[in-house]
Ligand binder design. Structure first.
Ligand SMILES: [Zn+2]
Length: 447
């Protein structure tokens, strides 16, 4: 049996922290505490004066998804490699429902692609068409461990939108069977009205992207979804929430879970004025400082439950200079910088690090049925963990990324990258450098 002891680390738990040793046997945590019984031949890793966190779960990535002319720049292979370098040991990605496919077929296609991943992968099931046969598949998928589904309140032109009545019908089925409905929450009608001035193609600067998808689109959608969650008794997970008003409305509905993203916490719409402003075109767009401040307050108040990267990266050449914002592929990378940049912010702002553990691993494990496998450092859990030297905070890390991307939205911001990352007992990052990497495992929900 392979056996590894992490010695003298400061363990950051969801509730507080404490100094303890962690004994890993094969792919799981066997024991924790002081003066553990250590089998002969155990390797020892000294973590004195270091922080030890559970492996990060990024609940929102889009590896190699099709867009109008091509796909997002990272595949499962390259994106998961980046993920590990930033301490993300599990990604939760999405299926893509191609025309004519059943939900199961869309899942099978994506499972095949996800085999290239070197971190663990779970898959949310996209429902981008409202058809009776698709809805009939939901109970069996939930029974088989695929418990989370995603719908869109917009992207009508791309044929991906469900209207609110259709979403309620889907929510009722999912609620009845104990699953979770994730929703891209921007009201389509508000977007249509706000976009009208830009359809002529005269105002094409990236700054108009934000104006074409205003904050009020989120407020309208979140309120409607809150009412749907009450009526259908279904947990609804609002992906990439980004406005002060949206958060305030979401807090009024007990069955809504709220995810935000690093870009809304670390950047504002000022970036659209920069020479590389086009690179920040993502949906929903970046917002005002007041929105960002409200999100940080929400984090401290517990009204935000998870932080996902919404990793959908593009290289500089994918978003050519001068192209109208209407034709720029939407999305930014973030899986590799998710935890290191947030950790640095938590330190800078003096926010309890246990809260960061809740937001970046524990809560996602609870919501998506991975409790007992992921999201905690405890005996029986997978040995997914990262070790961080608190003194290693730096603004100069871009050159060290393990990425194929040639542009990073967070370059120059403070970050604290893990020196060691362990996935299922295997040291995948050692001294900030990639070590061994084996194939990731497909995750199923156990609730
Ligand atoms: Zn997304």
């Amino acid at each position: 049996m392979k056996s590894l002891l992490i010695k003298n680390g400061r363990i950051i738990h969801t509730n507080g922290h404490g100094d303890a040793d962690i004994l890993i046997q094969n792919d799981s945590i066997a024991d924790m505490g002081k003066n553990l019984m250590i089998p002969e031949g155990t390797d020892i890793l000294d973590a004195t004066d270091q922080w030890v966190f559970p492996g990060v779960i990024d609940p929102h990535t889009h590896m190699g998804i099709p867009i109008k002319n091509g796909s997002s720049a990272d595949t499962f292979a390259t994106g998961s490699r980046s993920a590990l370098h930033g301490g993300v040991t599990t990604i939760l990605d999405f299926t893509v429902l191609e025309s004519g496919q059943s939900l199961q077929q869309s899942l099978d296609t994506r499972i095949e692609l996800a085999k290239a991943s070197v971190c663990d992968v779970g898959l949310h099931v996209n429902i981008t068409r409202f058809e009776p046969e698709l809805l009939e598949e939901i109970p069996l998928l939930i029974k088989n461990g695929f418990t989370s589904f995603k719908v869109f309140t917009t992207y009508e032109e791309a044929g991906m939108m469900l209207d609110y009545n259709q979403i309620e019908a889907v929510a009722s089925i999912i609620g009845e069977h104990g699953g979770v409905l994730m929703v891209h929450s921007e009201d389509n009608q508000v977007i249509n009205e706000a976009s009208a001035p830009y359809t002529e193609g005269v105002q094409t600067h990236p700054r108009f992207h934000g104006l074409s998808r205003p904050a009020s689109a989120e407020s309208v959608a979140v309120r409607t979804l809150g009412e749907i969650s009450n009526r259908s008794n279904c947990t609804i997970y609002i992906v990439h929430l980004n406005t002060a008003e949206g958060l305030s409305i979401a807090s009024q509905y007990p069955l809504l879970k709220v995810e935000t993203c690093p870009h809304y916490l670390l950047l504002t719409d000022d970036v659209y004025e920069q020479p590389d402003g086009r690179m920040y075109v993502a949906s929903p767009p970046l917002r005002k400082q007041a929105d960002q401040d409200a999100l940080w307050q929400g984090i401290q108040a517990g009204s935000i439950h998870t932080i996902g990267s919404d990793h959908c990266p593009f290289c500089l050449a994918d978003k050519p200079k001068g192209r109208p914002f209407q034709d720029i592929p939407n999305g930014m990378g973030g899986v590799e910088t998710l935890f290191p940049t947030l950790l640095a912010q938590f330190v800078k702002r003096g926010i309890n690090l246990s809260l960061l553990v809740q937001l970046t691993s524990h809560n996602a494990a609870q919501i998506f049925g991975l409790r007992g496998q992921k999201g905690d450092l405890a005996p029986g859990c997978h040995a997914d963990l990262l070790i961080v030297d608190p003194t290693n905070i730096s603004n100069d890390w871009e050159k060290d990324l393990d990425t194929i991307l040639d542009w990073n939205a967070y370059a120059g911001l403070p970050a604290l990258f893990p020196s060691t990352v362990i996935r299922r007992g295997e040291i995948v990052i050692s001294n900030w450098k990639t070590a061994t990497r084996s194939q990731g495992v497909l995750l199923k929900s156990s609730t």
